[in-house]
Design a binder for this molecule. Sequence first.
Ligand code: GLV
Ligand code: MN
Ligand code: MN
Length: 431
Amino acid sequence: MFASSRTTPMQPVSLPPRADPHDFAGLRINGPRLHQRLAELATIGAIPGGGVARLALTDEDRLGRDQVVAWMRELGLAVSIDRVGNVIGTRAGREDLPPVASGSHIDTVRTGGILDGNLGVLAALEVIATLNDAGIRTRRPLAVAFFTNEEGARFAPDMMGSAVCQGSLDLESALAAVGIDGRSVGEELARIGYAGEATPGLDAYAFVELHIEQGPVLDREGITIGAVTGVQGISWTELTLRGVSNHAGTTPIALRKDAALVAAEITVALRRIAVELGPPQVATVGALTLRPNLINVVPNHALMTLDLRNTDEARLQESERRAFAAVAELAAREGVEVSQRSLARFAPVEFDERVIHRVERFAQALGHSVRRLPSGAGHDAQMFAPRCPTGMIFVPSVDGISHNVRERTDPAHIEAGADVLLQTLLSLAEE
Ligand code: GLV
Ligand code: MN
Ligand code: MN
């Protein structure tokens, strides 16, 4: 575990001389080294089936953080940890300019794969290692970050650390957020030793994140690189339904106030709304708990979540309007009380055309197939998009599976994505 001092002085890496200082085009990341780090990080919080459970700010997250911070220091990065636990490792440039930043998250859902988030962080570290090996000092500094609680699976909202870092969520609200187990972000940061001293912030010249697609498009079309155009809007709501518990054998159907029935009807209504609105609208009830959760008792309490997403803000609002109307109507019909709380709300984000174009160009130059596509999942990059030129690189997810221990990406695609990241970061850092 780390002591609470959160900044180490910049350690200059001694750079071997390079034959041609402008020959970046031939530069490639070291695939085996990247795969080795991914496999090593995957041992922390490993779960059956080949996945990982490192919910934000748990002991497993702390161990993962310790490992990545150790790698950052080995690579000569100056490590800074801020008050919401974001970790930023900086490599000095030839000039003292705003850095080109990359990174992602290392927290996972409870049934996570080994690549979601982790690939973006470790590929960015692999870029640093590659530049160290090649003796390249970029004009601008490079910053590699991992952000606290991107997943939002334990604490809402998701993208919490990057939102605080880029000023769209205030620090105090983030620290006060209470998780599914009743503990707050502030308490848990202190407990695991990651309540840093730095004021959150990263004024980047540009931000580029490599991530697995987590959807089926690239895999189905046999395309290696996705040049991500933006991230769809996300609306998360928690519903509490309060009915009346009673005997399952003696209570006539007409007299019931059954919270489970309403939860089920809301789940069905959400699917209907998504189908009516058509793609790319999606709607999910991902969490549902009943009380008292016994075979012979009519449930008096249901706690459930709604996750609505669309690339178009007006249509996302339409899905919210329809969903909330259905909730009110279905609850009233059963005589169940309902209260709702917004957990997260992010408008759709568009990435910077110059970054998207550069990703396409480098993918093509490296001989990889590439297409543009929007992201269905939320990402830390979306928090940077309003503040600096931002983009993302996707690599295919086998069968489009993610948030699942079976999440996989072909190792060659991982290397291709990391090479495109290397070239994109280098070109931005030389500007
Ligand atoms: C984050 O992984 C999300 O999109 O829910
Ligand atoms: Mn992710
Ligand atoms: Mn995820």
